[in-house]
Design a protein around this ligand. Structure first.
Ligand SMILES: Cc1cc2nc3c(=O)[nH]c(=O)nc-3n(C[C@H](O)[C@H](O)[C@H](O)COP(=O)(O)O)c2cc1C
Ligand code: SF4
Length: 679
């Protein structure tokens, strides 16, 4: 263990980092009024306590009012930030963890209708597709003003007691100057030479140095290869890194490859599940070989073996494991304790980052405590007295309930109808790109094993099977079955997306998918059918494609489907289906008017989520002490469930996950954990 390359200290200027693992800057969107308050601090402190060497806070903390928060970023241009960051830094320092912050001006990568409604600025006038603002071409007085803003923000962070700062230079103002693709200026900061394109960043760095002095640590997280036709290529990117190094103004370089102006680009910079492990590590290694500065990097280095390789091979000085720490904040503690196998793996679902845009805050798909450190702590306390708990169903909800119950010290039995655990996750994993999702249930199975949970597979539990266990608590986590009957005439002609995914039904040649749920299953079915040579029209009454899938998760589907026989029809709704020979005539209607359209297809697939499999729950309900009731106030406050309207009841009964109503994996594990942590 002592020889583990990951656990060797590293000296960054005067700062000793206790190991080689850091959390790279990322904005979980927990700020309140732009300030990192209690929730924000608790999030970083949890990881600091567990042994991370350095946490880089914020993501894109804004240095100026005309760089308004695109995703609830920290406002580093306000003086009150000093107190907040000071507190965060102090708390993490007390745990031996270094703290930095990422500062930036977003340039065109934000919206004008946020914050103070100032126009966005950039060295070019092209709209950034992801945020949609048309920037004003930056003027001389903007440049002067923003350089001072950077220096002011850096000084605030020094006053707050941080160990250093990192300047964001990929997709933001700084590298919008660097990039031949985006810099449209002429004059001293213009596109004509690399020197003029780097002039702005050099002046920012000089202004910062003048303000914070030579000792304060200043680094750049910069793009080395934009992977765009006219963008910065690897040769020029390495030259930029070299010139920054030779300027003597920076202390480390954090390597980025790719562009983030589109959802597709961002998905390669923060690689999603199904993409290669450590895809940009070699490029980072090339930068390290060239610059005489510490090199940092993070991009899908999710497991300790890859991280160890990154350090041992000398490609990196510090390895970022950011989402890995969202999934398991105690990763370093488990490494140190020799419990690597107990680390909850990040499955690369990018639910965390997609949510900062769609739902205003990062949550981990399968760790419900991340981002809820205060109200749903990661630590599970033992119960006062052990109970006999029977869980029915070994999908994500049931396994989470079983895991948490076992951590509480209860005696847990899980009954599962199938011959293995996984539930709906097994269907998801049919998509080779999403196979990693299996780890959501595999990790729980392994934990349950360690904690002594007993399992009975091939057991389709009826009421008497459950009662035979003499349980004190019964948790029904039986999931649901797909719904294809939306009340439309000819509902029996429809099959479900699951029928396609499971392989129970062979894809036909011409298929209409009516996607009501707007979740992964509809697109997965489309991918499966088109891969088999079928033609798919995906119809949805929504105004956007698959709204539950979210931006980065949509990317791999679009990449797979474009170029195949696939088209989408939005704002139309399935109205009826009738048989016509051996084909199906589908009538579409609209919520917007009386119009109707018809299609003739070979197969009609409906994706409309699931209906709960709740027979067992209703069989047992009358015999339970709580009659199935949940005290929501107690649930939210983390107090035990004490409702007992039926004095004759011998056990408490609850149902969780899709056995209640169709939701997602996060909702399933949250249900299981929230219920059992206070049981
Ligand atoms: C929720 C979330 C927000 C992020 N925000 C930023 C950001 O503002 N600035 C930044 O440089 N990187 C940001 N990142 C990217 C991470 O720093 C990191 O590069 C990325 O997650 C890949 O590393 P990983 O595979 O170790 O997670 C964000 C990542 C996540 C998950
Ligand atoms: S949501 Fe997915 S990508 Fe994000 S930390 Fe959790 S498992 Fe990893």
């Amino acid at each position: 263990m002592r020889d583990d390359p990951l656990l060797q200290p590293f000296t960054l200027k005067h700062l000793t980092l206790k190991n080689r693992i850091f959390i790279s800057s990322h904005e979980p969107a927990y700020a309140e009024n732009g300030m990192p308050t209690e929730r924000y601090r608790a999030y970083h402190l949890e990881r600091a306590r567990a042994g991370i060497a350095m946490t880089m806070t914020a993501g894109s903390a804004s240095v100026a009012a005309d760089s308004p928060p695109a995703f609830n970023n920290i406002l580093a241009y306000k003086d009150e930030i000093v107190g907040h960051m000071g507190k965060l830094a102090q708390e993490c320092h007390d745990e031996g963890c270094a703290v930095m912050i990422q500062l930036t001006h977003l340039g065109r990568r934000t919206r004008w209708d946020r914050g103070d409604w100032l126009p966005t600025v950039a060295p070019g006038t092209v709209r950034e597709p992801a945020h949609r603002a048309m920037p004003k071409l930056i003027e001389d007085w903007d440049i002067t003003r923003i350089i001072t803003d950077y220096a002011d923000a850096a000084e605030r962070m020094k006053h707050a007691g941080l160990d250093g700062i990192e300047l964001e230079a990929y997709g933001h103002l700084m590298d919008q100057f660097w990039s031949p693709q985006w810099n449209e200026l002429d004059g001293p900061y213009g596109a004509q030479s690399l020197e003029s394109r780097m002039k702005f960043s050099m002046e920012v760095l000089q202004a910062i140095r003048d303000r914070v002095g030579p000792e304060f640590i200043v680094g750049v997280r910069g793009v080395v290869d934009e992977d765009l036709p006219q963008g910065i290529n690897a040769g020029e990117g390495r030259e930029i890194a070299k010139r920054l190094t030779e300027s003597g103004l920076i202390d480390f370089f954090n390597v980025i490859r790719g562009h983030i102006d589109t959802d597709a680009g961002l998905t390669d910079v923060i690689p999603i599940q199904g993409s290669r492990s450590a895809p940009h590590l070699d490029l980072a290694g090339e930068v390290k070989a060239q610059v005489r500065l510490p090199v940092l990097h993070a991009a899908r280095i999710p497991d300790l073996s890859t991280a160890r390789h990154a350090i041992a091979s000398g490609k990196l000085d510090m390895v970022g494991m950011t989402r890995a720490h969202i999934a398991d904040p105690h990763l370093v503690a488990k490494l140190v304790a020799g419990q690597e196998e107990r680390i909850r793996p990040c499955v690369g679902a990018n639910f965390c980052i997609d949510r900062i845009y769609q739902a205003g805050g990062a949550l981990c798909m399968h760790n419900p405590s991340s981002g809820r450190e205060i109200e749903l702590p990661h630590r599970i306390d033992p119960a006062e007295a052990p109970l006999r708990v029977t869980v029915v169903g070994a999908g994500p909800a049931g396994l989470e309930a079983a895991r948490v119950a076992a951590l509480r010290g209860h005696k847990v039995t899980v009954l599962e109808a199938a011959n293995e655990a996984g539930g709906q996750i097994r269907l998801t994993a049919q998509d080779p790109r999403r196979r990693e999702m299996l780890a959501v249930t595999e990790w729980r199975m392994s934990e349950c094993d360690t904690l002594g949970v007993s399992f009975k597979f091939n057991c389709f539990a009826e009421g008497e099977d459950v009662l035979a266990q003499e349980p004190q608590v019964v948790v029904v986590a039986t999931g649901g079955l797909p719904r294809t009957d939306l009340g439309q005439p000819g509902a029996d002609l429809a099959i479900s997306a699951w029928d396609i995914l499971s392989g129970d039904v062979t894809p036909a040649s011409e298929v209409l998918i009516f996607d009501e749920a707007g979740d992964h299953a509809g697109l997965m079915a489309a991918e499966r059918i088109t891969a088999a040579g079928g033609k798919v029209e995906l119809v949805s009454a929504d105004r956007a494609l698959a709204p539950e899938v979210m931006a980065m998760n949509l990317t791999p589907y679009i990449r797979a489907l474009q170029g195949r026989d696939f088209r989408t029809t939005l704002t139309w709704r399935l109205k009826a289906a009738t048989r016509e020979g051996n084909r199906i005539k589908v009538t579409l209607g609209s919520d917007y008017g009386p119009e109707e359209e018809e299609r003739l297809v070979d197969q009609l697939v409906v994706n409309s989520g699931t209906l709960p499999l709740d027979d067992l729950y209703f069989d047992l309900k009358g015999q339970s002490s709580n009659l199935g009731q949940v005290d929501y106030e107690a649930l939210i406050a983390g107090r035990p469930q004490t409702l007992a309207p039926n004095a004759d009841g011998r056990f408490k009964l609850f149902r969780i996950g899709d056995a209640v109503s169709a939701r997602n994996t996060h909702a399933a594990v949250l249900d299981g954990m929230r219920l059992m942590r206070a049981m």
